[in-house]
Design a binder for this molecule. Structure first.
Ligand SMILES: NC(=O)c1ccc[n+]([C@@H]2O[C@H](COP(=O)([O-])OP(=O)(O)OC[C@H]3O[C@@H](n4cnc5c(N)ncnc54)[C@H](O)[C@@H]3O)[C@@H](O)[C@H]2O)c1
Ligand SMILES: O=P(O)(O)OC[C@@H](O)[C@@H](O)[C@H](O)[C@H](O)CO
Length: 407
């Protein structure tokens, strides 16, 4: 008898449609997208399939190497009881999310309601994996879900719901169907590269530490912390620095920004001698392998077919300036190992210089700098003491970058 497993994916956006769903579909899962966007859900239910365009610039089709179909998809609005019925479904095996870190708060009560309903319906084991750019995103979601469960429901969830952290890596920019002569507005453009690494020991199922229906392209590890930090403090660190410096120079895309020799030098400096050195010390990555990992990432930034907007990559600067996130996180790790952080300080200063009225966090940050003063605000955000080398480095770079704005 065929298994026909089902998966629910929260967030039918770029990474959901362009990365998670194609891998799940290829491995035989039926995908139920859930989203707050009614228009998007209606379109999914009308079309039931879409194409993923692999943008790697060396193919015959205008920057496209290949087009892959994702079929048998459906959608349910995340605000309706249809979603709870989907969570109850006996064939449901997996729930994934890619909604943005701050949205985990909003979906947690719904997940808890779904878990209670699943228990009441006599349902079996499911696993939940939050595919967000953060260290321990699923653990954060688990805590929020558990806050809505008590008594027998909490005990049932303990036995039947696996919460596994992951590291998720594929550049999926906003896609223009018109530019690519695409059939559907559900179509999505992605780079060819992908990496999805999941914390095996947290998964529940017939075989402990594995998914009952394995996903082709998903790697399991019992050392997720190392891969999570490697990805966030390399790819996302470099991406953010490239985007913020590029924005200051007036570039629109990541490939344009990284083509600027001065920006590329700062990014390499931050990734090689700083975050890279700290990551190799902490996680014992081999220097040569880590060097190759960095160079591959720079090549990915150079992919002109992806046309990734610096405004997307720079979105929500205050989240990106969080103490455990891609800029301050590696700088703090460097300080622990006595590694100087000149280039990371420039990256932090570039994020602080980000001035985009359409980004609420940029506006909030600009207001805070004016009201509190940069010195104090840097201490508040980063935790680096006033007058420390890093603090001084950030202030010095911030002043220097004012020249970039005028240029
Ligand atoms: N795009 C990438 O290159 C990439 C790569 C790796 C990881 N990520 C991470 O994936 C997450 C999503 O990023 P994205 O680029 O796909 O964003 P996106 O904006 O394209 O997609 C997010 C989707 O979530 C939906 N959503 C918002 N609130 C919701 C709610 N309460 N319930 C259900 N759906 C809701 C939105 O309507 C949207 O469709 C982020 O955490 C991001 O850091 C993105
Ligand atoms: O999604 P964010 O806002 O955390 O970060 C923006 C980009 O750096 C990010 O989406 C990358 O494209 C992605 O992490 C690649 O794997």
């Amino acid at each position: 008898m065929s298994v026909k497993p089902r998966a629910i994916h929260f967030g039918a956006g770029n990474i959901g449609r362009g990365f998670i769903a194609p891998l799940l579909r290829k491995s035989g899962y039926h995908i139920v997208f859930t989203d707050v966007d009614k228009g998007l859900i209606d379109t999914i239910n009308e079309e039931r399939a879409y194409d993923v365009h692999i943008l790697d610039g060396d193919g015959s089709m205008d920057g496209e190497k290949e087009v892959l179909e994702v079929d048998h998809v459906k959608g349910v609005l995340s605000t309706t009881n249809d979603l709870i019925r989907e969570i109850e479904h006996p064939k449901l095996k997996l729930i994934t999310t890619a909604v943005g870190l701050p949205v985990l708060d909003k979906i947690a009560p719904t997940l808890a309601k779904g878990i209670k309903a699943r228990r009441a319906a006599g349902g079996g084991i499911i696993n939940i994996i939050a595919c967000e750019n953060a260290i321990g995103a699923t653990a954060q979601l688990e805590e929020k879900v558990r806050a809505h469960l008590e008594g027998g429901d909490a005990a049932w969830a303990e036995q039947h719901v696996g919460f596994a952290n992951c590291s998720v890596d594929r550049i999926v920019p906003p896609f223009s169907p018109e530019e690519h002569d695409a059939d559907s507005k559900l179509d999505v453009g992605v780079e060819e590269f992908f990496e999805w690494i999941v914390e095996g020991p947290s998964l529940k199922g017939a075989k402990p530490g594995a998914l009952d229906v394995p996903i082709d392209g998903l790697a399991l590890t019992d050392n997720l912390a190392a891969y999570n930090e490697r990805k966030l403090f390399t790819l996302n660190t470099g991406h953010a620095i490239t985007a913020y410096l590029g924005y200051l120079r007036g570039f629109h895309t990541v490939d344009q920004s990284i083509a600027d020799a001065e920006i590329a030098d700062i990014v390499r400096g931050a990734l090689q001698a700083e975050s890279g050195a700290a990551l190799c010390r902490k996680h014992k990555f081999k220097d040569t392998e880590h060097e190759a990992y960095i160079e591959k990432i720079i090549t990915r930034f150079q992919n002109a077919a992806v046309k990734d907007d610096v405004v997307r990559v720079g979105r929500q600067p205050l989240r990106k300036l969080g103490r455990g996130d891609r800029l301050v996180g590696p700088a703090r790790m460097c300080v622990e190992y006595d590694i100087p952080v000149r280039h990371l300080a420039t990256g932090i200063a570039a994020a602080l210089s980000y001035e985009n009225e359409e980004d609420d966090q940029s506006a909030e940050m600009r207001k805070a700098i004016t009201e509190k003063g940069l010195d104090k605000y840097v201490v508040e955000l980063t935790g680096f003491e006033e007058g420390s080398d890093v603090h001084k480095g950030i202030l010095k770079s911030y002043k220097e970058l004012e020249g970039w704005k005028k240029a």
